[in-house]
Design a protein around this ligand. Sequence first.
Ligand SMILES: Nc1ncnc2c1ncn2[C@@H]1O[C@H](COP(=O)(O)OP(=O)(O)OP(=O)(O)O)[C@@H](O)[C@H]1O
Ligand SMILES: [Mg+2]
Length: 157
Amino acid sequence: MRHDFISNSPEETFSLGALIGSRLTGGEILLLNGELGAGKTLLTKGIVKGMDPETTTTVVSPSFTLVNLYNARLDIIHVDLYRLDSEEIGNLGLEDFMDTDHVIIVEWAQRACGFFQGTTVDITIDHAGENKREITISTQLPWISDLTNIQWITGVS
Ligand SMILES: Nc1ncnc2c1ncn2[C@@H]1O[C@H](COP(=O)(O)OP(=O)(O)OP(=O)(O)O)[C@@H](O)[C@H]1O
Ligand SMILES: [Mg+2]
């Protein structure tokens, strides 16, 4: 199922992320796409917040660290593939985290087309104005239909 949301502010994007995070049960791979500054890292902050992270947890862009690990209700792996080629992506060792104890969040996931198999959630963020974003979520997971009822963010389809 696929659903489009309109976010009118960074706060709304964060809140949508937190709702997504609250639904994750382990083993999901979230594939985030969207141009520079679209809001992939901000959405990730919300997702982590929605997974009850340890109080000391700080979500930062993994562009230099390559792989960030956050301890929360489930362990969260956060990667950014922007600067990586397919060999480097293969060398990250992400297979070790593809199990039900982890959730994997991938920024610039399109760089690794076909690499991530399993329970995926595709999320694309498009600029729709200075503070406005169109966020498209596609997944087979059933909770997506619950998100379509939320009031504070506008569903457009
Ligand atoms: N509705 C919105 N949703 C998300 N971000 C927004 C929105 N409106 C404005 N912004 C701003 O856009 C920026 C998004 O930055 P962020 O680092 O999350 O992007 P990114 O997609 O991770 O970029 P990169 O490709 O460089 O990793 C932030 O400065 C945020 O405040
Ligand atoms: Mg980012």
